[in-house]
Ligand binder design. Structure first.
Ligand code: 5GP
Length: 203
């Protein structure tokens, strides 16, 4: 029986490890695809256009907003980020599951339109000090950017309660197992939307 795909929304503060976990998920489950976002942020060393992000100018980004080309978009750390609408809708129609690694503002926007077709997952660091250590080790940001990311991380952690699932990334292996379990269990749900006007069929 054909089914339409499910959206998996994954949010986490910078440095909590969501990119690594989502990459593992996509490698392990071939029917899951990742949506590549568009951003106005500068490319970091090692990042590839079209693989990590579509890097565009602010003018190009604004033109896309006008064309309603985003499922959601938000300004994060002073840069714009957006999820391409057509790609996601096409994949869902084909029955593919789509992972969006987006910030809390974006997740809340998606929730308004896809509440019953999406699973919301928040990845937590084991502690705030561990998050700080990981960001320091990564050293892709200057001091001001790092301070901003930490300040926003505090606010984002407070939103974790609004997600359907929380996964603490203490070790990659155990966090990955939990993420897999969530994805598989979500797919096995009989229906994410109430059928027959919400009436129960049995009992
Ligand atoms: P980074 O610059 O570190 O790659 O990402 C910064 C933040 O932007 C992260 O929280 C990331 O999840 C979020 N982000 C990436 N793509 C999107 C997107 O398309 N929409 C929204 N709302 N956030 C995004």
């Amino acid at each position: 029986m054909s089914r339409s795909g499910t959206l998996f929304i994954v949010s986490a503060p910078s440095g909590a490890g969501k990119t690594t976990l989502c990459e593992e998920l996509i490698k392990t489950l071939p029917e899951v695809v990742r949506s590549v976002s568009m951003t106005t942020r500068a490319k970091r060393g090692g990042e590839v256009h079209g693989r990590d992000y579509f890097f565009v100018t602010e003018k190009q980004f604004r033109a896309k907003i006008k064309k309603n080309a985003f499922l959601e978009h938000a300004k994060v750390f002073g840069n714009y980020y957006g999820t391409p609408r057509l790609f996601v809708e096409r994949m869902l129609r084909k029955g593919r599951d789509v992972v969006l690694t987006i910030d809390v503002q974006g997740a809340m926007k998606v929730r308004r339109n896809f509440r019953n077709k999406a699973a919301f997952i928040f990845i937590l660091p084991p502690s705030f000090s561990e998050l700080k250590n990981r960001l320091l080790k990564r050293s892709t940001e200057d001091h001001a950017q790092m301070a901003l990311r930490l300040e926003i991380a505090r606010k984002e952690l407070a939103c974790a309660q609004d997600y359907d699932f929380q996964v603490v990334n203490d070790t990659i292996q155990s966090a990955f197992q939990k993420l897999m379990a969530i994805v598989i269990a979500t797919r096995c749900k009989t229906a994410r939307e109430p059928r027959g006007g919400g009436k129960r069929r049995c009992g």
